[in-house]
Design a protein around this ligand. Sequence first.
Ligand SMILES: [Fe+2]
Length: 198
Amino acid sequence: MTIQAGQSLFRSLKALLAGIDHPVLQQFMQSWPEERPMVRELATRPLPVLSWLEEARRNAAPEASPVVQFLCNHADELFWSQTYSIADFGEQFLDRYAWCEIVGQRGVVESDQIACGFLMLGPDTEYPRHWHAAEEIFIPLSAPSHWVRIEEGDWTRLKAMDIAHFTANQPHGLRTGNGPLVAVYFWRGGDLVQKARI
Ligand SMILES: [Fe+2]
């Protein structure tokens, strides 16, 4: 990831999140780190799911549009990664899933309090039930509808800019409909580089 692209995303992601009136999210934002000159440069790693980024950009919520546009313009300069393997969720999932961390132990700007970045899923994709020690806020930036399921509950529709909150170790799953998803994930506490349990 180039330093310039990382810094721009760091600033625009902060501006987006700071503008959302949500009490738990604003608690998380209190741990947002200062932008330090020790920005890290990470190797670029394009992944197949990025082929849906343009469609996600067309469906971005207006307030998220600048951030998603930037992701689109600089996708090849960012460090996209995957936590799971084919053995976990199969090959099709890996073709339709990636994340890019901006803040955190694997991010552009280091933090040991929070981890925050972008998650992408392709259309018709289920991110099966998983859980982790970190508390999480999850915000889809793109329409159309996506769904979230907490513990054994029903699938609940999530529109762009809706906020889902998962407590520490609370199982949750996600799925997309006929359009791709670009979302913000925001972790606080716990092991910030944990591979979620499935
Ligand atoms: Fe999660």
